[in-house]
Design a protein. Sequence first.
Length: 317
Amino acid sequence: MNARLSPWRLGATLYMPAVRSDIAEAILRDKITGLRSLVICLEDAVSDAELPQALHNLQQLLLQLSAAQRAEGNAAWPLVFIRPRHLAMAEWLIENLDLSAIDGLVLPKFTLATLPAWWQIIAETHLHLMPTLETEEVFDVVAMRELAQALQQHPCRSRILALRIGGNDLMNTLSLRRPRHLTLYDTPMGYTIKMLVAVFASRDFVLSAPVCELIDDQMMLENELQLDIAHGLVGKTAIHPSQIAAIQSQLMVSAADHADALRILNSSQAVFKSQGAMCEPATHRRWAEAILARAQEYGIAAENSSGNAMLLRNLFT
Protein backbone atom coordinates (compact mmCIF):
# COMPACT_ATOMS: atom_id res chain seq x y z
CA MET A 1 0.00 0.00 0.00
CA ASN A 2 1.50 3.34 -0.99
CA ALA A 3 1.90 6.26 1.42
CA ARG A 4 -1.11 8.07 -0.04
CA LEU A 5 -3.32 5.16 0.93
CA SER A 6 -2.31 4.95 4.57
CA PRO A 7 -5.35 4.64 6.86
CA TRP A 8 -3.77 7.31 9.06
CA ARG A 9 -4.50 9.80 6.25
CA LEU A 10 -8.26 9.35 6.53
CA GLY A 11 -8.83 11.81 9.37
CA ALA A 12 -12.37 13.16 9.19
CA THR A 13 -13.92 11.30 6.25
CA LEU A 14 -16.60 13.61 4.87
CA TYR A 15 -19.62 12.03 3.19
CA MET A 16 -20.93 14.10 0.28
CA PRO A 17 -24.11 13.11 -1.65
CA ALA A 18 -23.36 12.55 -5.34
CA VAL A 19 -26.09 15.08 -6.22
CA ARG A 20 -23.88 17.93 -5.02
CA SER A 21 -22.35 20.09 -7.73
CA ASP A 22 -19.33 21.30 -5.73
CA ILE A 23 -17.46 18.02 -5.18
CA ALA A 24 -14.82 18.86 -7.79
CA GLU A 25 -14.05 22.11 -5.96
CA ALA A 26 -13.62 20.21 -2.72
CA ILE A 27 -11.14 17.81 -4.35
CA LEU A 28 -9.27 20.08 -6.75
CA ARG A 29 -9.50 23.57 -5.22
CA ASP A 30 -9.32 23.03 -1.44
CA LYS A 31 -12.81 24.41 -0.97
CA ILE A 32 -13.17 22.59 2.37
CA THR A 33 -10.37 23.47 4.77
CA GLY A 34 -8.48 20.50 6.16
CA LEU A 35 -10.28 17.88 4.07
CA ARG A 36 -8.23 14.66 4.01
CA SER A 37 -10.73 12.12 2.69
CA LEU A 38 -14.23 12.11 1.28
CA VAL A 39 -16.85 9.60 0.19
CA ILE A 40 -19.10 10.38 -2.75
CA CYS A 41 -22.31 8.75 -1.62
CA LEU A 42 -24.82 7.07 -3.90
CA GLU A 43 -26.55 5.16 -1.11
CA ASP A 44 -28.43 6.53 1.91
CA ALA A 45 -27.74 10.20 1.13
CA VAL A 46 -29.41 9.98 -2.32
CA SER A 47 -33.13 9.34 -2.77
CA ASP A 48 -34.49 7.11 -5.53
CA ALA A 49 -35.79 10.19 -7.37
CA GLU A 50 -32.35 11.84 -7.22
CA LEU A 51 -30.41 8.84 -8.48
CA PRO A 52 -30.34 9.71 -12.21
CA GLN A 53 -29.01 13.18 -11.42
CA ALA A 54 -26.49 11.74 -8.96
CA LEU A 55 -25.11 9.32 -11.56
CA HIS A 56 -24.91 12.10 -14.16
CA ASN A 57 -23.05 14.34 -11.71
CA LEU A 58 -20.67 11.53 -10.87
CA GLN A 59 -19.92 10.83 -14.52
CA GLN A 60 -19.06 14.50 -15.15
CA LEU A 61 -16.99 14.67 -11.97
CA LEU A 62 -14.96 11.61 -12.94
CA LEU A 63 -14.13 13.16 -16.31
CA GLN A 64 -12.85 16.27 -14.53
CA LEU A 65 -10.82 14.28 -12.04
CA SER A 66 -9.26 12.04 -14.68
CA ALA A 67 -8.18 15.05 -16.73
CA ALA A 68 -6.77 16.79 -13.66
CA GLN A 69 -4.92 13.67 -12.57
CA ARG A 70 -3.28 13.29 -15.97
CA ALA A 71 -2.26 16.95 -15.95
CA GLU A 72 -0.97 17.37 -12.39
CA GLY A 73 -1.27 14.13 -10.43
CA ASN A 74 -3.26 13.60 -7.26
CA ALA A 75 -0.65 14.00 -4.53
CA ALA A 76 -2.35 17.10 -3.13
CA TRP A 77 -5.87 15.67 -3.26
CA PRO A 78 -7.82 14.22 -0.38
CA LEU A 79 -8.44 10.49 -0.62
CA VAL A 80 -11.55 9.95 -2.77
CA PHE A 81 -13.97 7.02 -2.45
CA ILE A 82 -17.37 6.17 -3.90
CA ARG A 83 -20.09 4.43 -1.94
CA PRO A 84 -22.36 2.59 -4.40
CA ARG A 85 -25.90 1.61 -3.47
CA HIS A 86 -25.32 -2.13 -3.91
CA LEU A 87 -23.31 -4.74 -5.79
CA ALA A 88 -25.09 -4.22 -9.10
CA MET A 89 -24.40 -0.50 -9.02
CA ALA A 90 -20.73 -1.09 -8.22
CA GLU A 91 -20.46 -3.43 -11.18
CA TRP A 92 -22.10 -0.82 -13.43
CA LEU A 93 -19.75 1.92 -12.22
CA ILE A 94 -16.66 -0.20 -12.89
CA GLU A 95 -17.85 -1.29 -16.34
CA ASN A 96 -19.13 2.08 -17.57
CA LEU A 97 -17.24 4.91 -15.87
CA ASP A 98 -13.59 5.96 -15.68
CA LEU A 99 -12.64 5.35 -12.04
CA SER A 100 -8.91 5.87 -12.58
CA ALA A 101 -8.87 8.95 -10.34
CA ILE A 102 -10.76 7.25 -7.51
CA ASP A 103 -8.88 5.63 -4.63
CA GLY A 104 -11.50 3.04 -3.76
CA LEU A 105 -15.02 2.02 -2.87
CA VAL A 106 -16.92 1.98 0.39
CA LEU A 107 -18.78 -1.34 0.42
CA PRO A 108 -22.23 -1.04 2.02
CA LYS A 109 -23.86 -3.79 4.08
CA PHE A 110 -20.68 -5.90 3.86
CA THR A 111 -20.87 -9.48 5.14
CA LEU A 112 -19.01 -12.76 4.75
CA ALA A 113 -21.76 -13.90 2.36
CA THR A 114 -21.24 -10.92 0.03
CA LEU A 115 -17.42 -11.07 0.07
CA PRO A 116 -17.09 -13.35 -3.01
CA ALA A 117 -19.41 -11.18 -5.13
CA TRP A 118 -17.63 -7.95 -4.16
CA TRP A 119 -14.22 -9.44 -4.92
CA GLN A 120 -15.37 -10.77 -8.29
CA ILE A 121 -16.31 -7.22 -9.26
CA ILE A 122 -13.26 -5.45 -7.84
CA ALA A 123 -10.39 -7.94 -8.18
CA GLU A 124 -9.12 -6.73 -11.57
CA THR A 125 -9.30 -3.03 -10.68
CA HIS A 126 -6.86 -0.79 -8.78
CA LEU A 127 -9.53 0.13 -6.22
CA HIS A 128 -8.98 -0.18 -2.49
CA LEU A 129 -11.80 -1.17 -0.18
CA MET A 130 -13.47 0.18 2.92
CA PRO A 131 -16.10 -2.43 3.83
CA THR A 132 -18.85 -1.14 6.12
CA LEU A 133 -19.95 -3.27 9.06
CA GLU A 134 -23.60 -2.29 9.47
CA THR A 135 -25.84 -5.36 9.32
CA GLU A 136 -27.46 -7.54 11.97
CA GLU A 137 -24.55 -10.01 11.85
CA VAL A 138 -22.26 -7.36 13.35
CA PHE A 139 -23.78 -7.99 16.79
CA ASP A 140 -22.76 -11.66 16.60
CA VAL A 141 -19.20 -12.14 17.83
CA VAL A 142 -18.97 -15.57 16.19
CA ALA A 143 -19.99 -14.15 12.81
CA MET A 144 -17.48 -11.34 13.17
CA ARG A 145 -14.70 -13.76 14.09
CA GLU A 146 -15.51 -15.85 11.02
CA LEU A 147 -15.46 -12.72 8.84
CA ALA A 148 -12.13 -11.57 10.28
CA GLN A 149 -10.56 -14.98 9.75
CA ALA A 150 -11.83 -15.14 6.17
CA LEU A 151 -10.53 -11.66 5.36
CA GLN A 152 -7.11 -12.49 6.81
CA GLN A 153 -6.70 -15.28 4.27
CA HIS A 154 -8.46 -13.65 1.33
CA PRO A 155 -6.64 -11.96 -1.60
CA CYS A 156 -8.59 -8.78 -0.85
CA ARG A 157 -6.67 -8.33 2.44
CA SER A 158 -4.01 -6.08 0.91
CA ARG A 159 -6.71 -3.87 -0.60
CA ILE A 160 -8.61 -3.20 2.65
CA LEU A 161 -7.69 0.27 3.86
CA ALA A 162 -10.06 0.23 6.83
CA LEU A 163 -13.27 -1.33 8.07
CA ARG A 164 -15.95 1.27 8.71
CA ILE A 165 -18.42 0.90 11.58
CA GLY A 166 -21.90 1.92 10.42
CA GLY A 167 -23.25 3.29 13.68
CA ASN A 168 -26.59 4.64 12.48
CA ASP A 169 -27.46 1.50 10.51
CA LEU A 170 -26.57 -0.68 13.47
CA MET A 171 -28.69 1.43 15.81
CA ASN A 172 -31.53 1.21 13.29
CA THR A 173 -31.26 -2.58 13.43
CA LEU A 174 -32.06 -2.25 17.14
CA SER A 175 -34.90 0.26 16.49
CA LEU A 176 -32.83 2.88 18.31
CA ARG A 177 -31.53 6.36 17.66
CA ARG A 178 -28.65 7.93 19.56
CA PRO A 179 -29.97 10.03 22.48
CA ARG A 180 -28.89 13.64 22.16
CA HIS A 181 -27.19 13.71 25.56
CA LEU A 182 -25.16 10.48 25.21
CA THR A 183 -22.19 9.29 23.18
CA LEU A 184 -22.51 6.14 21.12
CA TYR A 185 -20.48 4.41 23.82
CA ASP A 186 -23.37 4.91 26.27
CA THR A 187 -25.68 2.89 23.98
CA PRO A 188 -25.50 -0.76 22.81
CA MET A 189 -22.90 0.47 20.31
CA GLY A 190 -20.45 0.67 23.21
CA TYR A 191 -20.37 -3.11 23.48
CA THR A 192 -20.37 -3.49 19.71
CA ILE A 193 -17.37 -1.22 19.16
CA LYS A 194 -15.42 -2.95 21.92
CA MET A 195 -16.18 -6.35 20.42
CA LEU A 196 -15.21 -5.25 16.89
CA VAL A 197 -11.93 -3.83 18.15
CA ALA A 198 -11.17 -7.07 20.00
CA VAL A 199 -11.96 -9.21 16.95
CA PHE A 200 -10.52 -7.13 14.10
CA ALA A 201 -7.77 -4.92 15.59
CA SER A 202 -6.20 -7.99 17.17
CA ARG A 203 -5.80 -9.28 13.60
CA ASP A 204 -4.22 -6.01 12.37
CA PHE A 205 -7.31 -4.55 10.71
CA VAL A 206 -7.93 -0.84 11.06
CA LEU A 207 -11.40 0.29 12.18
CA SER A 208 -12.77 3.80 11.67
CA ALA A 209 -15.27 5.45 14.00
CA PRO A 210 -18.97 6.04 13.29
CA VAL A 211 -20.43 9.45 12.63
CA CYS A 212 -21.59 11.81 15.36
CA GLU A 213 -24.78 13.20 13.84
CA LEU A 214 -25.12 15.90 16.54
CA ILE A 215 -23.66 18.52 14.22
CA ASP A 216 -23.99 21.51 16.57
CA ASP A 217 -22.84 19.78 19.77
CA GLN A 218 -19.07 20.16 19.70
CA MET A 219 -18.70 19.00 23.30
CA MET A 220 -20.43 15.70 22.53
CA LEU A 221 -18.27 15.25 19.44
CA GLU A 222 -15.08 15.86 21.42
CA ASN A 223 -16.17 13.49 24.20
CA GLU A 224 -16.93 10.78 21.68
CA LEU A 225 -13.64 11.35 19.86
CA GLN A 226 -11.71 10.79 23.07
CA LEU A 227 -13.45 7.44 23.43
CA ASP A 228 -12.85 6.62 19.75
CA ILE A 229 -9.14 7.18 20.24
CA ALA A 230 -9.10 5.23 23.52
CA HIS A 231 -10.55 2.28 21.59
CA GLY A 232 -7.86 2.55 18.89
CA LEU A 233 -10.17 3.69 16.10
CA VAL A 234 -8.49 5.51 13.20
CA GLY A 235 -10.36 8.50 11.81
CA LYS A 236 -14.08 9.24 12.01
CA THR A 237 -16.93 9.71 9.59
CA ALA A 238 -18.03 13.35 9.25
CA ILE A 239 -21.32 14.60 7.82
CA HIS A 240 -20.59 18.34 7.96
CA PRO A 241 -17.44 20.38 7.21
CA SER A 242 -17.69 21.99 10.65
CA GLN A 243 -16.73 18.63 12.19
CA ILE A 244 -13.45 18.29 10.31
CA ALA A 245 -11.26 20.57 12.43
CA ALA A 246 -12.63 19.15 15.68
CA ILE A 247 -12.00 15.57 14.60
CA GLN A 248 -8.51 16.19 13.32
CA SER A 249 -7.46 18.31 16.30
CA GLN A 250 -8.44 15.43 18.60
CA LEU A 251 -6.30 13.12 16.48
CA MET A 252 -3.25 15.14 17.42
CA VAL A 253 -0.95 13.39 19.88
CA SER A 254 -0.21 14.77 23.31
CA ALA A 255 3.40 15.69 23.99
CA ALA A 256 3.43 13.21 26.88
CA ASP A 257 2.27 10.31 24.72
CA HIS A 258 4.75 11.28 22.00
CA ALA A 259 7.61 11.34 24.48
CA ASP A 260 6.60 7.97 25.93
CA ALA A 261 6.32 6.44 22.46
CA LEU A 262 9.84 7.56 21.57
CA ARG A 263 11.23 6.20 24.82
CA ILE A 264 9.47 2.85 24.35
CA LEU A 265 10.77 2.40 20.82
CA ASN A 266 14.31 3.52 21.65
CA SER A 267 14.85 1.99 25.08
CA SER A 268 17.01 -1.05 25.72
CA GLN A 269 15.36 -1.57 29.12
CA ALA A 270 12.70 -4.24 29.57
CA VAL A 271 10.66 -2.06 31.94
CA PHE A 272 11.06 1.56 33.00
CA LYS A 273 9.09 4.40 34.58
CA SER A 274 8.11 7.45 32.53
CA GLN A 275 5.90 10.34 33.64
CA GLY A 276 4.54 8.35 36.56
CA ALA A 277 3.61 5.24 34.57
CA MET A 278 5.25 1.92 33.76
CA CYS A 279 6.50 1.52 30.19
CA GLU A 280 7.20 -1.98 28.91
CA PRO A 281 8.47 -2.03 25.30
CA ALA A 282 7.51 -5.68 24.77
CA THR A 283 3.82 -4.91 25.36
CA HIS A 284 3.62 -1.21 24.44
CA ARG A 285 5.54 -1.27 21.14
CA ARG A 286 2.49 -1.45 18.84
CA TRP A 287 0.84 1.40 20.75
CA ALA A 288 4.00 3.47 20.41
CA GLU A 289 4.21 2.85 16.68
CA ALA A 290 0.60 3.97 16.27
CA ILE A 291 1.25 7.11 18.30
CA LEU A 292 4.18 8.12 16.08
CA ALA A 293 2.14 7.42 12.93
CA ARG A 294 -0.65 9.67 14.24
CA ALA A 295 1.82 12.37 15.22
CA GLN A 296 3.34 12.36 11.75
CA GLU A 297 -0.06 13.04 10.19
CA TYR A 298 -1.75 15.31 12.74
CA GLY A 299 1.00 16.88 14.81
CA ILE A 300 1.70 17.19 18.52
CA ALA A 301 -0.26 19.10 21.15
CA ALA A 302 1.30 20.22 24.43
CA GLU A 303 -0.31 21.31 27.69
CA ASN A 304 0.13 24.98 28.48
CA SER A 305 0.17 26.40 32.00
CA SER A 306 -3.65 26.59 32.17
CA GLY A 307 -4.04 22.98 31.08
CA ASN A 308 -5.45 23.71 27.63
CA ALA A 309 -4.10 22.06 24.50
CA MET A 310 -1.66 24.24 22.59
CA LEU A 311 -0.74 23.49 19.00
CA LEU A 312 2.94 22.76 18.38
CA ARG A 313 2.58 21.36 14.90
CA ASN A 314 -0.51 21.35 12.74
CA LEU A 315 0.15 19.24 9.67
CA PHE A 316 -3.35 19.33 8.18
CA THR A 317 -3.49 23.08 7.37
